[in-house]
Design a protein around this ligand. Structure first.
Ligand code: ADP
Ligand code: ZN
Length: 731
């Protein structure tokens, strides 16, 4: 036989599309496993790599792996094809994909968050019993308990170290070290809940999901139910069934920090399963996330709740994936590895034979379209349980509105009445800061970010002009830098200004603000939602954050300022986003026994996104918007990929974009190459930006042009190229 060695296919954390082969030295061959991190050399440096595959073969010409960095794998072999498919689909280097999938802190050579360990004692080989009474007691305790961690003995015996050491020395006990997991759950407990009897509608929706769980085949569902119609209850039941069948559950939520109540509901329902649950999100420390991940990889976890990146959680027996609020754009990662977790949930379900349940009150047009085509099974909930009515929505036409006041007359009156009844109001203005810009009233000069092509937002609380795209901030000047005029005024309004207006108009009311500026402290979001639920806030002011999934039983009034501002975005999804935001925030009103009332202030009351939101008519909205998409060939009828070129040198960026554009154009086939054109944000963080939009009628057509792109793109010094497949945001 010739000299066969162990070979490993490694996804290296470097800008290389495909995995590379390395030789595994004999000394490491016993220890290496798929899913471990390794240290390898690449060119003249060393990088982290992830083991995707092991085989036997000739090591000739291959470099050796330098070191194995993990004692146990971080993912199983079953996830490897999934990683490879996603890397190919999003045209992103495979090593970077795996690195993004894993918890933070594992992509560098300096190791990982510290693994905490604890000593565990068990019976030794020595017969008989020791002399001292204390030693005898400890030994008896360990024999009674079996494997006993030090922490358990410490609770009973104070400081037993010396006695334990002696018992080990005498052979009465043996000791080993076991990994300890930091678990944010175990800090506070929660009471179990009692599942309600399902409504007939809920039962009808649940039955087909449970049927496929039994079959173990991939089946996608879309649960479309108005806000508060009991979708979560369906997820809970379906997951319960999956667990009963011995399969694991993965629940994706748009952002855990905004939905702590959902996690609470899962904990209350699956009471006693805390140790088999893991929550993965960015609010945890690196150590907590790492520990949670390792528990999952070991197979100790049955249920994972997490944000976007949890779609990669290495659950070994995945049976059901739930994507709550599937329409949310936060499922799409907007930098680096630009994947969409909702789409990947469907892919993963398909590759592992799991049920995938998408849920929303305002489904994305794409998902709903698939449902109408029969690709996804549609499950509808049309009523709220206990026959709670949907709130009454009024559009307030602001075109005749005069004066500085943000609030229209009807909204003002409604707040007065709501306060008088001791109930709560939510006022939404989807713009943070005091004002979107400062304006010199003499020469019309506005203040722009020196790094980005946008105006600076005026924040009055800390007297700052801030760029919402980069870190730039400055003090507002007293005089206009252009004309030296002194009449510098904030123009337009943000949540800070709205809060100030409300404080002036309703001095007796308790007012709180919910936006990214007011919630910088860890835990402040949860604190505010708790105060809201307890009725300690009368008026909650905020950005779209106030619309996200909250269940505030005391809220009976919702008012939306400037509802059409998001319609003017240069994006084919602007109507979809506006409709979803309005329908979601309207759903916050009247969730308990008292009926809700909603006012939407707008300059475009005739626009279908607003009128359909007012009548709670998703189907009507869908019919309008899908016709427009079809006419223009936008998703779901066409496929898009956005290429963004950026660099310091405007001319060089344009040249590079032109070069690639003409190369792609000559070979595009049925795909269209639109542009190059300056991005709507033509300068960002000091870099000049140009985009090229690829559009194809079929996924196949898009694949063909992307394959060409992969061959043709070359690295040009000074010009970066980001590839965004299925973009959600084209600014
Ligand atoms: P969604 O997820 O669609 O917003 P939820 O599942 O949160 O709806 O349900 C809304 C409210 O109705 C919750 O308070 C929930 O406990 C309650 N609920 C759900 N299903 C039922 C039911 N079958 N009977 C009574 N109450 C229910
Ligand atoms: Zn900026």
């Amino acid at each position: 036989m010739d000299n066969l060695s162990t070979l490993a296919r490694i996804a290296v954390a470097a800008p290389i599309d495909k995995a590379l082969s390395y030789a595994v030295p004999d000394a490491l061959a016993e220890l290496i496993e798929i899913g471990c991190r390794v240290r390898v050399s690449l060119g003249r440096r060393e990088v982290v790599g992830f083991v995707l595959e092991l085989s036997r073969g000739s090591a000739e010409g291959l470099k050796n792996i330098v070191e194995i960095m993990d004692r146990a794998p971080l993912f199983g072999a079953d996830l490897v094809p999934f990683f490879e498919r996603t890397a190919a689909y999003y045209l992103h280097p495979i090593g970077y994909c795996v690195k993004t999938a894993l918890p933070a802190g594992l992509g560098g050579l300096d190791g990982a968050p510290k693994i905490l360990k604890e000593k565990v004692y068990s019976a030794g080989s020595a017969p008989g019993s020791p002399q001292g009474l204390r030693q005898r007691e400890i030994l008896e305790e360990v024999l009674r308990q079996g494997r006993t961690p030090l922490s358990a003995l410490r609770g009973r015996f104070g400081a037993p170290h010396q006695a334990l050491a002696r018992l080990v020395e005498l052979g009465f006990l043996q000791v080993e070290e076991q990994e300890l997991c930091r678990d944010p759950f175990l800090r506070h407990s929660i009471a179990p809940d009692t599942p309600p009897d399902l409504t007939a509608e809920q039962q009808t929706a649940l039955t087909p999901i449970c049927q496929v769980l039994n079959s173990g085949k991939f089946s996608p569902f879309l649960v479309h139910g108005v806000t508060g119609s009991g979708k979560t209850e369906i997820y809970l039941r379906a997951i319960d069934e999956a667990l009963r069948l011995g399969r694991d559950a993965l629940i994706l939520v748009p952002e855990i920090a905004l939905t702590p109540q959902l996690v609470q509901r899962f904990r209350a329902r699956f009471h006693g399963m805390e140790k088999e649950m893991a929550v993965l999100h960015s609010g945890l420390s690196d150590g907590e996330r790492y520990d949670g991940w390792r528990r999952i990889a070991k197979g100790d976890v049955r249920m994972v709740i997490g944000a976007r990146s949890a779609v990669f959680a290495p659950l070994p027996r995945l049976g059901i994936i739930v994507v709550d609020e599937e329409h949310e754009s936060s499922y799409k990662q907007q930098e680096g590895f630009r994947y969409n977790a909702r789409d990947l949930a469907l892919l993963r379900g398909q590759m592992t034979g799991a049920a995938v349940v998408l849920g929303s009150a305002t489904p994305s047009l794409t998902s709903y379209h698939r449902a109408t085509e029969g690709v996804i099974e549609l499950l509808s909930l049309k009523e709220r349980p206990k026959a709670r009515p949907m709130p009454e929505v009024q559009l307030v036409d602001m075109s005749g509105h005069k004066g500085e006041d943000l609030l229209s007359e009807p909204v003002h009156e409604a707040i007065v009445a709501t306060l008088a009844r001791g109930e709560q109001s939510i006022v939404l203005l989807n713009r943070r800061g005091f004002a979107p810009f400062l304006l010199c009233e003499e020469c019309g000069h506005s203040f722009r970010c020196p790094n980005c092509e946008i105006t600076l937002t005026y924040h009055q609380r800390n007297r700052a002009l801030r760029c919402h795209y980069c870190d730039y901030h400055d003090q507002p000047p007293d005089r206009c830098p252009r004309c030296a005029g002194q009449q510098i005024q904030p123009a337009g309004a943000g949540t800070e200004r709205l809060e100030e207006d409300l404080e002036r108009l309703f001095p007796e009311a308790r007012i709180a603000r919910m936006d990214r500026d007011s919630l910088t402290r860890k835990g402040s979001h949860e604190e505010l939602t708790t105060r809201m639920r307890k009725g300690e806030v009368d008026i909650l002011v905020g950005t779209q954050m106030v619309a996200k999934g909250h269940d505030f039983p005391g809220v009976t009034l919702v008012a939306v300022m400037n509802a059409d501002s998001s319609l003017n975005f240069p994006d084919f999804r602007s109507a979809e986003r506006t409709f979803a935001l309005l329908a979601q925030v309207a759903g916050r009103a009247g969730r308990a026994d008292r009926p809700g009332q909603v006012f939407i202030q707008t300059y475009a009351p005739e626009h279908y996104a607003l009128s359909c939101a007012a009548s709670h008519d998703f189907e009507a909205f869908y019919a309008e918007d899908i016709a427009f998409r079809k006419e223009l060939g936008y998703p779901p009828f066409g496929y898009l990929t956005n290429l963004v070129f950026s660099g310091n040198d405007t001319v060089q960026v344009a040249q590079e974009a032109n070069r690639l554009a003409s190369e792609l154009l000559s070979m595009a086939g049925e795909a269209q190459v639109l542009g190059p054109a300056p991005c709507p944000l033509s300068r960002l963080r000091g870099k000049s930006r140009v985009q090229l939009l690829l559009k194809a009628d079929s996924r196949h057509g898009m694949r063909r042009i992307l394959t060409l792109l992969q061959q043709r793109r070359k690295t040009t010094a000074g010009v970066g190229l980001t590839v965004d497949v299925d973009p959600m945001d084209m600014l």
